[in-house]
Design a protein around this ligand. Structure first.
Ligand SMILES: Cc1cc2nc3c(=O)[nH]c(=O)nc-3n(C[C@H](O)[C@H](O)[C@H](O)COP(=O)(O)O)c2cc1C
Length: 323
């Protein structure tokens, strides 16, 4: 039995382990496998519909054919996203609520509209934050929990170590989830012992049998050492953790001079991010499914990942270590 925490009490899952949303790696079979094993799989709606080609309702049906246990939905609330995109996100949230989804992970913006919709159904919204300043804003927006994205995370990494970030976020009184750098069961147990209410893992779940990412990507995760993870500004306009491959070395990790200038403006930074996100969505999709485009997101958690395993094995090992 793994320990109960505020997160498990609020969400009804057995193990305080979240398989974080991953564009483009969150295929429905992976999300469902983690939930069925007792963790919380998070649906990334763009990954589900655009990369894995399941219209949202069909994707939900596929997940429900594998598990009836709780799953969550990732909602990107970044300001730079278009009106059309915002409308679509609202539809996804409503469809998920209709399906019984009660856990939502918001990222990159003001989560208030999601909280307002979800609270009517007794659901819970946890927000991704990299520093206390954003956590305070999210708390003021009504969120029920915080996901502390640290400097070791895959995807958009923060500037602070897992230990320091917990010190910053704990006094706010909300449940805090550790996101970043956890690739093995011993580190999972250590983060719970430190005081985190749950752990969100991404990279570890790419190297699972249920994840449909290309075998070369999985192998690159197994081969990578901590120092092979670099932060690049060239993909989305905010630091993104990727494996240092010849392609990454060729395109460099710093934003170009014009983008750097525009990223300093309060308004213009949103344009740059929207532009980067548009081109990177296509590029990252190719990198997941084809081996030739080696732009592979991963966190420093690669240090603890040594084999491709079924997702249920990962969840079981974590539950045992924490017990
Ligand atoms: C390939 C990849 C894609 C990701 N995409 C998203 C995303 O679309 N939305 C999101 O909120 N977080 C995203 N993340 C962050 C993860 O949900 C999670 O917080 C992170 O992977 C934890 O760090 P770890 O990889 O060291 O376990 C992504 C991470 C990875 C590795």
């Amino acid at each position: 039995m793994s320990p109960s925490t505020r997160f498990t009490n609020e969400t009804g899952v057995a193990v305080p382990l979240i398989c974080g949303a991953m564009f483009p790696c969150s295929n429905p079979e992976l999300v469902a496998a983690v939930s069925e094993a007792g963790g919380m799989g998070i649906i990334q709606p763009l990954s589900l519909t655009y990369v894995h080609k399941h219209p949202f309702k069909d994707g939900m049906k596929l997940i429900r054919s594998i598990t009836k246990k709780p799953v969550g939905l990732n909602v990107l609330t970044e300001k730079s996203l278009s009106v059309v995109y915002r409308k679509r996100m609202e539809e996804y949230v409503d469809l998920a609520l209709e399906d019984g989804v009660r856990f939502f992970v918001t990222a990159l913006g003001n989560p208030r509209w999601v909280v307002e919709r979800v609270e009517k159904h007794g659901g819970r919204v946890y927000h991704d934050v990299v520093a206390r300043k954003w956590a305070e804003k999210a708390r003021d927006g009504g969120v029920h929990g915080l996901i502390g994205v640290n400097s070791r995370a895959g995807g958009h990494a923060g500037p602070t170590s897992p230990e320091k970030l917990l010190e910053e976020l704990e006094p706010l009184g909300l449940p805090v989830v550790c996101a970043g750098g956890v690739g093995d069961a011993a580190t999972f147990a250590r983060m719970l012992a430190l005081g985190y209410d749950a752990v969100q893992m991404g990279t570890r779940f790419i190297a699972t049998t249920e994840c449909t990412a290309h075998a070369d990507y999985k192998q690159a995760i197994l081969d990578a050492k901590e120092d092979d993870i670099v932060l690049t500004m060239r993909v989305t306009g905010v630091p993104l953790a990727v494996i240092k491959t010849p392609l990454v070395e060729k395109i460099g990790t710093k934003a170009g001079p014009l983008a750097r200038f525009l990223l300093q403006g309060r308004k213009t930074k949103h344009w740059v991010r929207a532009w980067y996100s548009l081109i990177s969505a296509y590029r990252l999709k190719g990198a997941t499914l084809k081996s030739s485009q080696d732009l592979w997101q991963a966190g420093r958690s690669v240090a603890g990942i040594h084999s491709v395993q079924p997702a249920a094995e990962v969840v079981r090992a974590c539950a045992e270590a924490a017990a």
